[in-house]
Design a protein around this ligand. Structure first.
Ligand SMILES: Nc1ncnc2c1ncn2[C@@H]1O[C@H](COP(=O)(O)OP(=O)(O)OP(=O)(O)O)[C@@H](O)[C@H]1O
Length: 125
């Protein structure tokens, strides 16, 4: 067993992952929408002074949507390399990957409603 940790290799992996993040938000339309939505939610959260627990839930929801979007995009790219032509199997793969994003986006939206509706209601009274 080799317990030595290769720091330069870890730093290289980190650099490639960071390049993936940049590519996701620079090139993918849906990721841009998720980024804009997240920044808007965070601005409103700052204005409404969310508690630490509320921030954790909001950030978890945002991070999980972005993660789902990254995996979805990766699967789409892989599918396009493996089978550039129309294929019923590829349709299923892409639809299922997109479903993963949609499921998490719905959960994030509901999380936002539960956190933000009482705060907006309190502003009105
Ligand atoms: N090779 C293919 N074979 C069969 N169906 C496909 C194929 N490519 C795409 N589709 C269908 O078209 C839908 C959209 O695919 P597409 O790759 O354009 O993704 P997208 O959601 O538009 O994302 P993006 O615009 O980032 O590529 C898929 O969910 C799938 O139903």
């Amino acid at each position: 067993m080799n317990l030595r940790i290769d720091i330069p290799k870890a730093l290289r992996s980190f650099k490639y992952a960071a390049m993936g993040i940049v590519s996701l938000f620079a090139n993918e339309n849906n990721a841009k929408i998720h980024l804009l939505a997240a920044l808007s939610v965070m601005a409103v959260g700052y204005y409404l002074r969310l508690t630490a627990h509320e921030w954790i839930l909001v950030l978890l929801a945002i991070g999980l949507v972005w993660m789902a979007e990254a995996f979805n995009t990766a699967l789409e790219k892989l599918a396009d390399v493996v089978s550039p032509e129309i294929h019923p199997g590829i349709k299923q793969v892409k639809d299922l990957a997109a479903a993963g994003v949609l499921i998490m986006a719905i959960v994030a939206f509901l999380t936002g409603l539960i956190i933000f509706i009482p705060k907006f209601a309190a502003l009105l009274v």
